[in-house]
Design a protein around this ligand. Sequence first.
Ligand code: FES
Length: 315
Amino acid sequence: MGDGQWWAVSLTEAVGNNKPLSVVCEGEELVLFRNAAGRAFALEDRCPHRRVPLSPGVLTPGGLQCPYHGWTFDGASGVCREIPNLHADERVPSRHAARAFLVAEADGFIHVWRGSGAPTGVLPSAAYRPIGREYSGSAVVNIVHGTYLETMLDGPECLLAFPGVTITDFFLGDPRREGEHLVLDRGGVWKGKGIGPAFVRDHPLVLRTRVPLAGGAIFVELLTAAEVPLVTIFIASTANRRGTTSLNWRGFRHAHHAPGAPFAWRLRRTAGRAPFEVLPEVKGKSIAALRVAPSLELATSRMRQGAECRGEHNE
Ligand code: FES
């Protein structure tokens, strides 16, 4: 059995059948595109002829045509199907193939399988079930992927905003492992509610962050203290080049009433404006000032997970 995992690498609407899309997943450069029937494909963004990027190429009925010498590669297999100006008695050598990745499209995301074995497990977005209007976006943030995940535990207010809500550290749960994620609850308060001293403060809101041990799918929920969901966000994260992180997200507002919500929150709802913001830029100074606390558990959980995979048991 090999290893690997599915990665959500793009929003589904970002990939069309008229122009290839260049993405980076865990530092590996990929090109995404569709055929005329709408099926999505992923190839390594390197032409096997001279190792130049395929993403500036042209989509043809036969696949993706390299912009340099016009070789055309099949989307599903990566095999070169066509080389211009071959003589009638010449065949395309079968060794000329771009590396192809398995693709699964679901829940508004294009996923690719990266790994040495056959795909296993569910798609990362399988637990994301939007209701009503969605709000989506993409960004490349100037922070290393691992640090982005840690910051989502230690200081999500550096990465996310909920207009009308202040996220606090005064109520902070214990990190707990749930499957492949580390989950942490922290308190939140409505803005403009006269919140009083921190130690007697009520926290009518909970921000729950589910951070993947191996990177990838982050789930964020804003809940009432009674665990009624108000907002759900799915953020697909992966390492881009040069210490940056790619983000693709979708989220939605639940239909539930938000008791005590300020006018600004209710107004946004009426106006159909997004109830959250995934910040497209991060402030290094704010992140540097964060206390490293819940994220320490991330490394421990990864070690435990590794031991479980190796079949080791602690008595
Ligand atoms: S570099 Fe791509 S066909 Fe030559």
